[in-house]
Design a protein around this ligand. Structure first.
Ligand SMILES: [Zn+2]
Length: 443
């Protein structure tokens, strides 16, 4: 707002002081206004061109044609998509007690290094920590990151420090894990069971027991698929409604009959309430499973990465790359966003995030849908050609701009004026410390 505009408005409202105050207040009532994008907010059933206004780190308004005069910073996002900040339900962001990382020679990655640049504002660590080292995870990663970090606590006491530990059922204590989960309810959203090779159900049963004691879901990586413990029994009997099987399109999952039709038990499991997460990772996503599943009406409940140093440099790459695969398999964009925002929020019972309701934390992704000739790689070494690719343009986390690919929140260098280290001209519409806002209590 220029001085002249200010003066004009002030003069015009002199006759009624109250109106004057209201007008001046209204003129600066939003910190940031994202103008003209197609807003996709599945929880609120919005898929239309609209403006989104942010104030004090919260969503303040979603409506067509919000006047630009009401915002201190206006960003033209016409032609782009505005969605809730993405939620990656399966990530690895803790390097373990000794810092060497995960089984298989892969490492966890600090969340801000990969998440914010692709619109992800919340990651859920999938069992990289256990009850022995969750406190270290919290101190070294969760409490430092700009990305909101939630966690599935590994049923194994030490998390994922290597294969030996992950086979050690003696360190899988359901009661002790549940106690740590209950003591850290703000962060721990579930229990993780992973990478087991033995013939018995012990890790699954201990995981479900811990989940029952703490009243939280369990996420299962089934490890070796063995005839002694059939996958069908896992999803039809062992898991409770609301529990999650991750690695939905992993080759060993019995998915198709000899004629390429989806096996009916999958629909039965879904009907029971068992959830299917993508958990792409380095080895767990095959087009020969995913394409027929999507085409025959068995989409994943949540689209997630299983990000680690291996998958990020292989077929997985990042959350938007995995989402783009589903777009190119024929899943509509609104549906892809739903399974990357509101549905994962519901799965982990964090209904405070994953949407753009007025009053919600302003976690926002601004995405570009590119059209061209692209290709995508799976874990089997196969390629799928496609014509669509999602790109992260701008990410706002708790009201603060944390990533801006093309500087759309910034003034052009030759228009910025004189150098003012603390000046308004450097302002990008952000508020807040850059740390994620704590989630409000309740749902
Ligand atoms: Zn994983």
């Amino acid at each position: 707002m220029s001085f002249m505009t200010y003066y004009y408005n002030a003069a015009m409202c002199l006759p009624t002081l109250l109106l004057c105050v209201n007008t001046l207040f209204a003129q600066t009532s939003y910190d940031l206004l994202l103008k003209g994008a197609h807003v996709i907010d599945p929880k609120n059933k919005i898929s239309a061109v609209a403006d989104v206004a942010v104030r004090d780190g919260l969503i303040a308004a979603v409506a067509p044609n919000i006047p630009t005069a009401q915002a201190r910073k206006v960003v033209n996002v016409a032609g782009l998509y505005v969605t809730p900040g993405l939620i990656d339900l399966h990530a690895h962001v803790f390097a373990g007690s000794d810092g060497v990382g995960l089984a298989g020679g892969h490492s966890s990655i600090f969340p801000d290094d990969f998440a914010l640049r692709v619109g992800v504002t919340t990651v859920v660590d999938a069992g990289s920590s256990g009850r022995h080292n969750f406190a270290k995870f919290k101190k070294t990663v969760i409490d430092r990151a700009r990305t909101r970090v939630l966690a599935f606590l590994n049923i194994g006491g030490g998390g994922m420090p290597g294969d030996d530990h992950e086979q050690n059922v003696n360190d899988m204590d359901a009661k002790a894990a549940a106690d740590v989960a209950i003591a850290n309810r703000d962060t721990i959203v579930g229990i993780k069971v992973a990478h087991y090779r033995g013939p018995d159900w012990t890790p699954v049963e201990r995981g479900v027991e811990a989940g029952t004691l703490a009243n939280i879901p369990v996420m299962i990586d089934f490890g070796d698929f063995r005839p002694e413990r059939p996958f069908q029994e896992l999803v039809l009997k062992k898991l409770r409604p609301g529990d999650i099987y991750t690695h939905a399109f992993y080759a060993p999952v019995p998915m198709l009959d000899e004629k390429g039709r989806l096996l009916p038990y999958l629909f039965e499991a879904r009907k029971r309430g068992v959830l299917f997460d993508v958990g792409h990772g380095g080895a767990a996503f095959e087009f020969r499973q995913a394409v027929p599943a999507v085409k025959q009406g068995f989409p994943p409940d949540s689209i997630s990465t299983d990000v680690h140093s291996g998958s990020i440099n292989a077929g997985m790459k990042d959350q938007l790359n995995v989402m783009s695969k589903f777009l190119n398999m024929g899943m509509p964009l609104d549906d892809v966003i739903y399974r990357s925002t509101w549905n994962p929020a519901r799965i982990i019972h964090r209904e405070q995030i994953g949407h753009l309701s007025v009053g919600a934390i302003a976690d926002i992704a601004v995405l570009r849908l590119e059209k061209g000739q692209f290709a995508f790689v799976d874990s089997w070494g196969a390629r799928m050609d496609g014509a669509l690719r999602l790109v992260g343009e701008l990410t706002v986390a708790s009201g603060r701009v944390v990533y801006d690919l093309n500087g759309i929140t910034r003034e052009r260098w030759d228009r910025l004026g004189k150098y003012q280290p603390q000046g308004e001209s450097f302002w990008d519409g952000s508020r807040g410390s850059g740390r994620p806002r704590p989630l409000p209590r309740g749902k």
